[in-house]
Ligand binder design. Structure first.
Ligand SMILES: [Zn+2]
Length: 290
């Protein structure tokens, strides 16, 4: 019985890779059919939640993948990453196309989060930007966009992320103020308060895609790291940057020192993460700070 099962599974692996599906189903019994269906499933680790990230295992024989109708890359062993924007809707659609032309669809239900929302009875401050600010801001945003467009091939996305620094969380991802019913923009990262000069480290392996040579108007001294597969980190307000563009960094390696450059009221590390266009919550990759 056990020997037969092994043979069947062996055959199935072979079948999934090379034999057209029609031949497989003609020669298999019920147990083999269900094992075959099992092999055609997605596997996931992580949570389908707003601001969250999942690492997936594509069904055997997957040739290409789409998430919300956009193509997404697949690693050699069939692993991939997807993430859900802070304001992602209730459901998302993942489709694998197999090498025999078959498609496997997976609907993902995305859990909503209770974001920290503060209603205040004052009007939103009208920000009038000076001509000097505007002249700087355009090129800064271009540099940030260019850094996000770099796909380094780093495998950092496959790792367990660590906190870049330890300290009090002084600002949560996704928190937002509503000014007399007028929503302000939500907080795009997590803030870690720590003394000026504290070293912070890479939360996972990656390649430095931006190490600003002079402070940006809002971000101050800014470091950006590509972790591969469209996943990247940004670290704001540094007092000093210890890395240069194009440098490969390892998880745990010091990359900068905490400061209050740019728009900051005190020394803290603002760490924000994106997967493609989705803004995600770093705490869902690291777990709570200790
Ligand atoms: Zn912040």
């Amino acid at each position: 019985m056990i020997a037969k099962l092994k043979i069947s599974l062996g055959l199935l692996t072979f079948a999934a890779a090379a034999i057209p599906a029609a031949i497989v189903s003609a020669e298999t019994n019920d147990a083999e059919q269900s094992a075959f269906r099992e092999a055609l499933k997605f596997g996931f680790t992580g949570e389908a939640i707003q601001g969250g990230v999942m690492i997936g295992d594509a069904p055997a024989g997957t040739q290409s993948l789409t998430f919300e109708d956009e193509p997404i890359p697949l690693d050699e062993d069939g692993k991939f990453i997807i993430a859900f924007n802070r304001d992602a809707g209730q459901a998302a659609n993942l489709v694998a196309t197999l090498d025999n032309g078959q498609t496997v669809r997976q609907f993902i239900n995305i859990a909503p989060r209770n974001w920290q929302i503060e209603h205040v009875s004052i009007n939103r401050r009208a920000t009038t930007r000076s001509a000097a600010f505007m002249a700087l801001r355009g090129p800064e945003l271009e540099q940030i966009g260019a850094a996000r467009a770099v796909h380094s091939g780093s495998k950092g996305w496959r790792q367990n992320f660590i906190w870049p620094a330890k300290g009090r969380i002084s600002g949560q991802f996704g928190s937002q103020r509503i000014y007399n019913g007028d929503p302000g923009s939500y907080h795009s990262g997590v803030d870690i308060a720590a003394p000026a000069g504290t070293y912070y480290v890479a939360p996972a392996d990656g390649v430095v895609t931006l190490a600003a040579s002079s402070p940006f108007t809002l971000e101050g001294n800014l470091v950006m790291i590509d972790h591969g597969m469209g996943l990247n980190s940004a670290f704001l307000h540094s007092s000093e940057i210890l890395v240069h563009e194009g440098q490969q960094v390892k998880r745990g390696e010091p990359i900068g020192r905490i400061g209050s450059t740019g728009s900051a009221t005190g020394p803290h590390l603002h760490w924000s993460m994106k997967w493609n266009d989705a803004r995600i919550d770093p705490i869902l990759l690291t777990g709570p700070i200790d």
